[in-house]
Design a protein around this ligand. Sequence first.
Ligand code: BEZ
Ligand code: FE
Length: 275
Amino acid sequence: MTKLTAAQHTEQVIKAYSKGDPRLVEVMKSVITHLHAIVTETNLTHEEWFDAIDFLTRTGQKCDNVRQEFILLSDTLGVSMLLEMINHRTGDRATEPTVFGPFHVDGSPQRRSGESIIDSPLPTDEPLEVFGRVLDTNSRPIRGATLDVWQVQSNGLYDVQQGASVRNLRGMFTSGDDGKFSFRTVRPVDYSVPDDGPVGEMLRGAKRHGYRPAHIHFVVSAPGHVPVTTHVFDAKSPYLNSDAVFGVRDSLVVSMENGKCEKDFTLEPVTRSGG
Ligand code: BEZ
Ligand code: FE
């Protein structure tokens, strides 16, 4: 009697998961194929597999209602950015998307054009004026677009990392007749993603740092257009080529020198297929 090969074994497992919802069957086939390939291609030992299980167990144990270590794992493995790229494929003219991140808060204060988003000034703050226009892909201004803005403080922490009720450096703006928006803030700083858990161990094991280059987060939306979740990065950051979460795109890097930062956002129209 001939012995079952590893490839035949994998086929058996795939077959056992071939009934049910077609999308589930498709995804399970891919998961099993790639998971089995990892084990065979690397000749994984039992000890290594148990180390991996221990790592994932501790990743789960690190999660609570404010800390999500699995999302951080997805971010630092480049999966979150890949999902963004696959699910928000827009044309060349639209502003490039990047990761959403864990520090967005719903219901930021609605602010007037030109208003400051600084609610709790810090001694290390460097003032910054941010301005630009929201445009369509024919370079026509979009009036009444919404810009949801949030960013890190000059101490390297988001407000929410200092307490659930602390609010600073957040705001919702509406573009004017000419598509223009502006607000006053502080220059964002480079900061580390939380690195005191299993993801931090992984980064150190790979000789990677946990820094994200200084940036301001934006979600820009307008009726009839595809919204974009994106950042504006400081061109002076030394971490542009080694972002811990692989989120930098050249088109999003701008000067934040001399207290000014200019960036236009371009939105695509929604197409009939859902855009
Ligand atoms: C952020 O930019 O806020 C962020 C993104 C991914 C992981 C951690 C932080
Ligand atoms: Fe951020």
